[in-house]
Design a protein around this ligand. Structure first.
Ligand code: ADP
Ligand code: MG
Length: 247
């Protein structure tokens, strides 16, 4: 059975800019189950990145509750947040954020350095995830020797290397052409089908169509939250059976 991996109640985030306050989130209610694939949409400035940063434990809310995997993280200090983030979250950004002087393999293995894993194991694991995103033959390349789509796949491999439960991607296809965007979305679908929870911010309806559920923000509120298609639960053997029949 799936259970809520993300439970959010009355979450608010107010940025203070000198004398002015920016109410980026104004009382978000959201439950996301394990293994769901959610597209987060909404106009620019509606609070999508702010929400993603809170979900990813990169920032703390002004008020409200956020329980991640049953644990209240809304009041944790930076050290605790960093630990939870390394353990449970894989983050993918629009701008890839790769280290230019490091090889693909080194970029992907980097999070494992902080986890205290041996070099040999790090390289083996990095190679494994790079292969899973179709880049097993690019491990020695540097970011500037790769296309935009390949760079984003390296960033996805880096997000996956710790085996996180939740993958958060903030406009991961914003810098990519349509064909490459579809390839990237297919990778997210594969990640979801393997049992992970995936949340992707996108402006493009075609991209959002890949998700099970579409949550729309407006002015810091959830404007709508709609089921898009049937969830394919990796943990549901009956469903796998049904899928098998339809092949
Ligand atoms: P979106 O990702 O949907 O475009 P954001 O979450 O980036 O929206 O921004 C929501 C609101 O919060 C906007 O008004 C934005 O200007 C403001 N904002 C975002 N980040 C900061 C910040 N670090 N400091 C001050 N205001 C911010
Ligand atoms: Mg944004």
């Amino acid at each position: 059975m799936s259970h809520p991996v993300i439970q959010i109640h009355d979450l608010t985030k107010t940025y203070i800019m000198g004398q002015t306050k920016v109410h980026a989130l104004r009382g978000i209610e959201l439950l996301i189950n394990t293994n769901e694939y959610v597209a987060l949409m909404g106009p620019s400035g509606s609070g999508k990145s702010t929400l993603m940063n809170l979900l990813g434990c990169l920032d703390t809310p002004t008020a409200g509750r956020y329980a991640l995997d049953g644990k209240d993280v809304s009041k944790m200090d930076d050290t605790e947040l960093a630990r939870i983030r390394n353990e449970k979250i894989g983050f993918v950004f629009q701008t890839f954020n790769l280290l230019p002087r490091q090889t693909t393999l080194e970029n992907v293995a980097l999070p494992l350095v902080y986890a205290g894993i041996s070099r040999k194991e790090r390289e083996a694991r990095a190679h494994e995830v790079l292969t899973s995103v179709g880049l097993g033959d690019r491990t020695g390349h540097r970011p500037n020797e790769l296309s935009g789509g390949q760079r984003q796949r390296v960033a996805i491999a880096r997000a996956l290397v710790n085996n996180p439960k939740i993958i958060l991607a903030d406009e991961p296809t914003g810098n990519l052409d349509t064909k490459t965007s579809i390839e990237i979305m297919e990778i997210f679908e594969k990640i979801q089908a393997e049992g992970n929870t995936v949340i992707v911010v996108t402006h493009e309806p075609d991209i959002a169509e890949h998700a099970h559920r579409i949550v729309r923000l407006r002015d810091g509120y959830v404007e709508s939250d709609e089921r898009n298609k049937e969830i394919r639960l990796a943990s549901d053997p009956d469903h796998r059976y049904k899928q098998g029949l339809s092949l």
